[in-house]
Design a protein around this ligand. Structure first.
Ligand code: PMP
Length: 410
């Protein structure tokens, strides 16, 4: 652990202006400033010696907790045994990661396009759907979040994140998430892609009904549109299966993974698809390039993260049941503030009375040393993304501090 004595005040004084003075002042005034010094398992430690239980984990980047030992070990070994590698070339490490994706993703998904971030991979997926179909229209769930690059940003529900960059990309249209009728009305022979998350994570944390994705699949097949499933948050065990869409037993045309894909140790993402989607590239195998995509080190780290996730899932699901019981109990005892809790696997959406109550809960928990965040589109619904290594001890800590906080809410 580093022993830096860098307090929050000193950080602002010394470095604040390099991150935008006004922006940093706003974060400080909000009371949400954390100067990280270390992370280990389910905890973050700040530079003043405080410990925080991390139930955010950057929406699943640290799905295995911070510095998961097997992932750290794999990364240390890889930095000794591997060169970064070059984007035009291949290696055993890259082959093994692509094979692990093909083995674990549904059905015929087999070919992979390497990428670095979630946003980038979503943009590539949409470009591929447009290229493969020769069509331009993209339908996406409303109140979605798929990233902050061009195509992804065009679909974002949060006006605050989008409007200052407009005009964005034409021929995108929102459909009502989870509503088959809305897709039915919109989809046609013009539709290149339908883009959906298995759970609408940035808004209400709602999982669609059991028949939704099978119906979406059927409508896409009927109209020749590609189904793109954004598994940036819902993949890597978050919904209780390795891939969220497994919950509905549906095979998309394209699956996008990022965040927890590397167990939080390496920026790496992937677009996994039915092999024929790449056929339209024809004679030029380099029709998309990303210089940092899939280093050999990242490939080894991500394969280790997949294997660890598979190993930990049964135990994580059992712990997830216990956390769900704690949350349901709190909702029963504090019904004025906490209206209900929605849970899919290890993703929990806490439905507060209004945005003020949601924010008070988040800030109250932060003050007590628990990191929980709101979605950018819905402050009334904080989400919990516990790590797959969750133990009884952390559930007890959460229960005690959540109760303490709920007691203070009006
Ligand atoms: N899709 C979803 C569902 C996300 O939550 C995010 C990031 N929060 C992204 C895509 C974009 O990923 P990244 O931030 O790595 O670009």
């Amino acid at each position: 652990m580093t022993s830096s004595a860098l307090t929050r005040a000193r950080f602002i004084e010394r470095y604040g202006r390099f991150f935008g003075s006004q922006r940093m002042a706003t974060i400080q005034n909000l009371g949400y400033l954390l100067v990280e010094a270390w992370g280990e398992g389910p905890y973050i430690f700040d530079a003043e010696g405080n410990r925080y239980l991390d139930l955010w984990n950057v929406g699943g980047v640290n799905s295995l907790g911070h510095r998961h030992p097997a992932v750290v070990r794999a990364m240390e070994e890889a930095t000794r045994s591997q060169d970064y590698g070059s984007l035009f070339f291949f290696s055993e490490a890259k082959g093994q990661l692509a094979e692990a994706l093909a083995r674990t993703t549904p059905g015929r998904l087999e070919a992979t396009l390497p990428a670095v971030t979630g946003s980038e991979a979503i943009d590539q997926a949409i470009k591929l759907a447009r290229g493969a179909t020769g069509r331009t229209e993209v339908l996406h769930g409303d109140h979605g979040y798929h990233g902050t690059t061009g195509f992804a940003l065009t679909m974002i529900g949060a006006a605050d994140m989008r409007e200052w960059a407009e005009p964005l990309i034409p021929d995108f249209r929102a459909i009502r998430y989870g509503d088959v009728e809305s897709l039915h009305e919109a989809i046609s022979e013009r539709t290149a892609a339908v883009v959906l998350e298995p759970v609408r994570t940035d808004y209400d944390g709602r999982a669609p009904a059991a028949d939704y994705f099978p119906e979406v699949r059927r409508l896409c097949d009927e109209h020749g549109a590609k189904l793109i499933v954004d598994e940036v948050v819902t993949g890597m065990g978050r919904l209780g299966h390795l891939w969220g869409i497994d919950h509905w037993r549906v095979e998309p045309d394209i699956l996008v993974t990022a965040k927890g894909f590397s167990g939080g140790m390496y920026p790496i993402s992937a677009v996994v698809m039915r092999p024929e989607i790449l056929d339209f590239w024809g004679a030029n195998p380099y029709r998309n390039i990303s210089s940092y995509a899939w280093s050999n080190i990242g490939a080894i780290v991500a394969r280790t993260a997949i294997e660890e996730t598979e190993r930990l899932l049964p135990q994580a699901n059992a712990m997830g049941d216990r956390l769900a019981a704690v949350l349901d109990d709190l909702a029963v005892r504090y019904p004025n503030a906490l209206l209900s809790v929605r849970r899919t696997g290890l993703l929990y959406a806490l439905d507060f009375r209004d945005e003020a109550a949601g924010m008070l809960f988040i800030l109250g928990m932060f003050k007590r040393g628990v990191v929980v965040v709101a979605s950018s589109q819905n402050l009334a619904v904080p989400k919990l993304y516990p790590p797959l290594i969750l133990q009884n001890e952390q559930i007890a800590e959460f229960a005690e501090k959540a109760e303490d906080t709920l007691k203070t809410l009006p």
